[in-house]
Design a protein. Structure first.
Length: 506
């Protein structure tokens, strides 16, 4: 890709936001491990490199590091937080522990003019999060900005095109953060913005066509926007050599199988009933990671069994998106959760997996869906996890619990739709807790399960805020759930954002 950027990941909790900001600047980027060799990076021919932050101290014995030859590639580099400290340390600067950790909103003052901070006000608010700081820059670097506690908040070597900031320009709390990215990408690296998801279709179709060759392929459908868009791309690529399969694992939402059949009535769609196999495999399992890996394994096994219905297929096409890849972790990044389609796939599966949407964020997938002419009912369908309701049941997954949760979830979605909020809310759903709480119904003591209502707003699913639903709406949902769903006697509302929580509970 002509105008790509490499983001080297040193374990930052915000690394996905760096990728988002670069994409928002209409520049394609790829996140790679921080210790990726310089020659591998050179082979990708990036126009710029960004070093992410990270939770480590550069003084720690096992601190992540990078190939110093990267600084000699002649490619512009921007270091962020830990990335700045690592750059300074490897190039001969002085890094030391800060006397007081600086965390949160801070006023930054510019020291003169620079291309990196061009058009940034003389004073602006930035978001700091660090325990070490650069006390002396490497030779050839100028100090570009400072705060009361950080003598070098930004630095740069214009001759070698090496730049760095101690703060986090990727978070919304930094007022002029996006301008720093566009200054670096457009004015320092000289990149022309050309990454637009609808322009992605041609290359994605070509990728699928080349991967499948003259053979035939399966597409894993779930009714969600990701698999629908992946299916549309695959149909463009290989036409009637594509067979769609919906695995009914017993963990779908109310009426979902019927909705999928109707939405994909124009292609070869097979529904595989795998409910018994999934529930047997999940029996007694309570660990979230184990659940996801079991579901990933059973998905593949179900597809392999489907070959007896449709004949041999070498390729499995999945709607894996970039947040799935990022959240499933890397060498330095913590695994947030293994997505069943990334970290949960068995090594001995009989398919080659093709993922045409692997580099897209959710909002980009929707834009591709529009460009492909998919109906709004599919494009704007609320995200639903591949493991289904299993990751919304805390504890062991049983058919009885799924029935309870499915009914409660249907109430939540019905009320959200009737309130006209479906398009403005990223996701709204119910969670079942595997505990019991005391209640009273009809003058009698009850000992039922609680339901959690979760509603969040987001652009891409990587960060999210809880929605301030009207009290009247919450009241209607709670009354209906307690009154209509057997075994539930308490309803609570989750007001946790992401981070620190995730959107799903498991």
């Amino acid at each position: 890709m002509a105008n790509m950027v490499v983001v080297l990941d040193f374990g930052a909790q915000y690394n996905q936001l760096i990728a988002r900001r670069v994409r928002e600047a209409e520049v394609f980027c790829e996140v790679l491990p921080g210790d990726t060799p310089a020659e591998r990076i050179r082979a990708k021919e990036p126009r710029a490199i960004i070093l992410s932050g990270g939770p480590s101290s550069v003084f720690a014995p096992d601190a992540p590091t990078m190939d110093p030859a990267i600084f000699e590639l002649g490619i512009p580099v921007l270091g962020i937080c830990y990335g700045m400290q690592l750059m300074a340390r490897l190039l001969g600067g002085d890094v030391k522990p800060a006397e007081g950790r600086e965390y949160g909103r801070t006023t930054m003052r510019k020291l003169g003019d620079s291309t990196l901070l061009g058009d940034v006000p003389e004073q602006s608010t930035v978001w700091m999060s660090h325990g070490d700081l650069v006390a002396k820059p490497p030779a050839g670097f100028a100090v570009l900005a400072q705060t009361d506690k950080t003598p070098i908040a930004a630095m740069g070597n214009a001759e070698k095109n090496l730049w760095a900031v101690q703060y986090h320009p990727e978070v919304n709390h930094t007022q002029e953060g996006f301008r720093v990215f566009t200054n670096f990408l457009y004015h320092i690296a000289g990149i022309e913005p050309d990454w637009r998801p609808d322009n992605f279709i041609q290359s994605a179709v070509a990728h699928v066509s080349e991967a499948v060759g003259d053979g035939r392929a399966l597409i894993a459908l779930s009714g969600g926007v990701d698999s629908a868009v992946a299916g549309a791309i695959a149909r463009e690529a290989i036409g009637d050599r594509l067979t769609a399969v919906l695995i009914d694992h017993g963990l779908l939402r109310e009426g979902e199988v019927e909705e999928v059949k109707e939405a994909f009535s124009d292609i070869d769609l097979r529904v595989v009933d795998a409910r018994q196999e999934f529930f047997e495999a999940l029996a007694g399992v309570t660990d979230p990671e184990q659940k996801r890996k079991i579901i990933g394994r059973e998905f593949i096994r179900a597809f392999e069994r489907a070959q007896s219905l449709i004949g041999e297929r070498e390729v499995l096409i999945q709607g894996t998106v970039y947040p799935d890849v990022i959240e499933s972790g890397g060498k330095n990044a913590h695994t947030i959760k293994s997505h069943h389609n990334v970290g949960g796939l068995p090594e001995d599966m009989a398919f080659r997996v093709v993922e045409p949407l692997r580099w897209l964020f959710k909002d980009e997938v929707r834009r591709v869906g529009h460009a492909l002419g998919l109906p709004d009912t599919l494009v704007w369908r609320q995200p639903f996890p591949g493991p289904g309701l299993a990751v919304r049941i805390i504890g062991e997954v049983t058919e009885e619990k799924v029935q309870v949760l499915r009914h409660a979830d249907a109430v939540v979605r019905q009320e959200i739709r009737q309130a006209g909020l479906e398009r403005s809310i990223w996701q709204a759903f119910a969670v079942l807790l595997d505990i019991r709480s005391v209640g009273v119904m009809g003058d009698a003591r009850t000992y039922g399960r609680p339901i959690v209502i979760r509603a969040v707003e987001s652009q891409d699913g990587m960060t999210a805020d809880w929605v301030h639903l009207p009290y009247e709406l919450l009241d209607r949902m709670a009354n209906r759930i307690v009154g209509e769903v057997d075994g539930v006697n308490r309803v609570v509302y989750d007001i946790t954002s992401k981070p620190p929580g995730t959107i799903e509970w498991e």
